[in-house]
Design a protein around this ligand. Sequence first.
Ligand SMILES: [Zn+2]
Length: 158
Amino acid sequence: MKARINPPVYLASAPIACWRCGAEMPAVAIIAPDVPEAEGEICTLSDIRSLPGPMRTFIQKRFPTFRLKYSKTTQSEYYASTCPNCGVLSGDFYLHGEPGAPFFPTTEEEAARLTVEEIPVAGPMDVEAGLGMGAAHLILKNAKRKAAEPSVGGDSGK
Ligand SMILES: [Zn+2]
């Protein structure tokens, strides 16, 4: 579905083992606390069909393996977490769909395995994605935080 998301927007990730070759790969998701259509629920985006350019660029700079890929399971193209070694995708259903999945933590301990980082976006953005609700508050509360990058031209350079 098409949805408009307001800042802040977070990039969530966790290292997982590729189901096919066993290599370590990053599982990646986007968390959006302010989605007007979700009426106050914090959303985890999955099955992402389209992403605004600046967001895509930011995410792919961190995780080049998060890319548009055709899924035989869903018979559609979406931004999927793929393996850097063998290229296979780990489906969003596997990553989001069931309690205990990387992006569907049910305990603080499970949520603490994730890292979140704010994606610097200036204003509302349009995405085409599925909106998952119910687990993201646990992620935002317990995941490791990666500090936001200093903005370009800031005073942090020494
Ligand atoms: Zn693999």
